[in-house]
Design a protein around this ligand. Structure first.
Ligand SMILES: O=C(O)C/C=C/C(=O)C(=O)O
Length: 268
């Protein structure tokens, strides 16, 4: 784990965790810790992430699920980080369909399309495969994640972004879900439109070949930390395309083939 000195601060799990939540609360960004603390690896990042989950719960938030990050090549290449990872979703991050991007809480939001699972059964690793993972899924939904890194210009290394709860900001899903066996999830396409202009598209196969692989990865990672995925939890399987900027006044539409659409307005 280790301790890092920077000119004015000493960074360790406790101080970095507190700094990340302070950045979130005060809507300010900062340089990545790894610039001065190169030993901040993915495992240390998860320790910081879990420390801040405890703090979020102490503040009254409830865990509603998990999110995956960097599960598509589009995202890995854009962010320069190739390791997919897992992070926490709480009720404070949930938007109701029709809500705008909550600009007043965020630093520099971006939006990405997601295939979202709602779990029917508990899923415990290790040894979970995409097939056994999908057997525990109740419904699949169209969704959008609003990511918001606490690092300036979204510049980070793997340990930084894991510590930062994978740039979690807010998320929304279309309430009308389909059973996973009702359609081909890996062929499900999303078309991303910003201000009524087409900007990008991808299919479910962009997520590690099949989003079930992302769910299995999450279950096996959580098992390493002594946790499981609970019935009723929401699982965001990772951005299918690169994220789009979401400034005030924008209009973002994510149109899926079978799962319907998600609309987000940029708000004021
Ligand atoms: O791009 C980031 O800031 C890190 C988060 C990535 C995701 O949430 C994702 O790839 O879905």
């Amino acid at each position: 784990m280790g301790i890092a000195q920077s000119p004015d601060r000493v960074w360790d799990v406790t101080t970095a965790a507190a700094e990340l939540l302070a950045c979130e609360d005060e809507r300010r960004d900062r340089e990545p810790f790894t610039d001065v603390w190169p030993e901040l690896d993915v495992d240390t990042g998860y320790t910081i992430q879990d420390r801040n989950l405890e703090e979020r719960i102490r503040r009254g938030e409830q865990v509603v699920g998990i999110k995956l990050g960097l599960t598509s090549k589009a995202k890995q290449e854009r962010m320069g980080v190739e390791t997919p990872f897992v992070a926490w979703l709480t009720d404070a991050m949930m938007l109701t369909p029709g809500d705008p991007v909550p600009q007043q809480k965020l630093i520099h939001p971006r939006v990405e399309p997601e295939l979202v699972f709602v779990m029917a059964d508990r899923l415990d690793g290790p040894g979970v495969t995409a097939e056994s993972a999908m057997a525990a899924v109740g419904t699949v939904h169209a969704g959008a994640e609003v990511i918001d890194s606490r690092y300036t210009k979204f510049r980070f290394r793997a340990g930084d972004v894991v510590a930062d709860n994978a740039s979690s900001g807010a998320f929304v899903m279309n309430p009308a879900g389909l059973a996973p066996r009702a359609f081909d999830i890996s062929a499900e396409e999303v078309r991303v439109e910003v201000d009524d202009a087409f900007v990008d598209s991808a299919t479910g196969a962009a997520i590690l070949g099949h989003p079930g692989e992302a769910l299995a990865l999450a279950a096996n990672e959580l098992a390493r930390r002594g946790r499981g995925i609970e019935p009723g939890w929401i699982v965001l399987t990772g951005g299918m395309t690169d994220a789009v900027l979401a400034p005030p006044g924008c209009s973002i539409d994510l149109r899926f083939t079978n799962l319907g659409a998600v609309h987000l307005s940029g708000g004021a």
